[in-house]
Design a protein around this ligand. Structure first.
Ligand SMILES: [Zn+2]
Ligand SMILES: [Zn+2]
Length: 323
């Protein structure tokens, strides 16, 4: 399997040789990473030389024989009628609006913490340091709670869309088809530009984040919800990176290796028939626990006893047994 090494978009040569770029923080690819995000957000990802296949996806591709003659990159397959890999203006607007609200929320929380620290009168440094540590620790704890909650929520949504509904389901029919189709053609997600990938989540999250911005919510609760909103909005992005053999930055690879973001290996466990485990797609931290306590199995049992809903993975298993 051949990989194209220049997986980042071409970074301007003039900037590479500039004085600023030679600063230590730039040498660790901060600028190319930001440049990559900016270009992706304006729909230029289609021009990138990304080869995003792990061996499992390569096997998928060989089976379906969709590799084009002049490119090693497997061509995307869209299962949803009317779906496209193009980026529309409304997608850019909704994504940028959501990111602006998130940035405002984060800045406001930072401002609150700094104000809380500076408004107190301390008689000595020994008195100030524990108070500062306490505030910062609580902030980080709230961020972590939001991050874990987002991972759990991503699993819950993923599980539901994978196992229930079809194209005729009201409101979420498209999402059901998209998630279920992702199992057949998992490499397609790597072709989606940033705004195309995130627009639907942003559209749903935007009103809630706006409410968070205007509602008088206590500081620590607001940090939890801001963190939850941030990681929920970026769940599809971490999912996309988990399908790329070479994510757009070595930072992302490092975070994946540390288990902070969903890794290719961790998500690969979900992409095995009957696709009924490891649903969480932010970090995958909750996966083991949820699978061990048979969380989804219990929910499926409840939905079956209440309304007779049979999950798709059980239906498919039934079909296999019938054959
Ligand atoms: Zn799935
Ligand atoms: Zn996937």
């Amino acid at each position: 399997m051949a990989f194209v090494h220049s997986h980042l978009p071409r970074f301007p040569a003039s900037l590479l040789s500039s004085k600023l770029y030679r600063q230590p923080f730039c040498r660790i690819k901060v600028f190319p990473f930001l440049w990559c995000c900016a270009r992706e957000s304006f729909g230029a990802v289609g021009k990138l030389s990304l080869i995003d296949l792990d061996p499992q996806h390569q096997a998928f591709a060989e089976k379906t024989n969709t590799t084009s003659a002049n490119s090693k990159r497997i061509q995307p397959i869209l299962v949803l009628q009317g779906d496209t890999l193009q980026v529309f203006w409304y997608q850019r607007i909704v994504t940028c609006t959501t990111l602006c609200i998130l940035a405002t929320l984060f800045l406001r929380n930072i401002q609150y913490t700094t104000q809380a620290l500076s408004s107190q009168e301390y008689t000595s440094l020994l008195e100030a340091i524990p108070r500062a540590l306490q505030l910062v620790t609580m902030d980080i704890g709230c961020l972590f709670m939001g991050y874990i909650a987002a991972d759990f929520f991503s699993g819950l949504v993923h599980w539901f869309l994978d196992n229930y509904g079809n194209e005729r389901t009201p409101f979420i029919g498209k999402q059901c088809v998209a998630f279920q189709g992702h199992h057949q053609h998992p490499w397609t997600i790597t072709h989606r530009p940033f705004c195309n990938l995130l627009a639907t989540t942003c559209l749903i999250s935007c009103p809630f984040l706006f409410l968070l911005l205007v509602a008088p919510i206590p500081h620590f609760i607001q940090i939890i919800f801001t963190s939850f909103g941030f990681f929920t909005v970026f769940a599809q992005q971490t999912h996309q990176w988990a399908h790329q053999a070479k994510p757009p930055s070595s930072w992302i690879t490092f975070l994946q290796q540390m288990g902070i973001l969903l890794s290719v290996k961790a998500h690969g466990k979900h992409h095995q028939p009957p696709f009924h485990k490891n649903y969480c797609i932010v970090s995958g931290i909750c996966n083991e626990f949820l699978d061990n306590i048979q969380f989804y199995g219990k929910l499926e049992h409840y939905l079956y006893t209440q309304w007779g809903w049979v999950p798709h993975h059980v239906q498919k298993k039934g079909n296999l047994h019938a054959q």
